[in-house]
Design a protein around this ligand. Sequence first.
Ligand code: FE2
Length: 188
Amino acid sequence: MLNRDEAIALWRANNDDESLFRHALSVEAVMRHFAVTQGEDPDWWGIVGLLHDIDYGRHPEEHLKHSRPILAAAGYPEEFIHAVDSHGWGLCSEVEPVHPMEKVLYACDELSGFIFACCMVRPSKSVLDIEVRSVKKKWGTAAFAAGVRRDVIEKGAAMLGIPLDDLIAQTIEALKPAAAEIGLKGNL
Ligand SMILES: [Fe+2]
């Protein structure tokens, strides 16, 4: 169940969008990072991150309405499914994040996408040299990455009790080891 190759195979059986795959790998990397900092199991957290959007490719309009049957059929336990469902809290699910892992997922799903967008407008197109202040500079520009819910990220940071700047800094660090596979190595 916590075999990464099997998780990737399950993801691919349900999705075929490469940018969505890079998003899945990005969130996996972030989850692994925070699991280590919190003394938790990086495989467990990482695979939740990898599979959190499992039903999005085929059911973008009914996101999270189809993840339970997919994950349950593959043998993932209730607490795994709960974590996946909770990342859409208040958006497309009523399951509130309670476990620290769920709060990290809730906060960092959108944040990893925002950092990706910030990297893409840099000369290097890389996460390897981006700084918190570049991300913060874009934060207040509503037209930039307009689809990213800053309020959700801020709510997630508050749930975790981590200042937003620290959350951004840690998420940047978390993405660096995965830079090549998520398309954020740029020209560095
Ligand atoms: Fe996501």
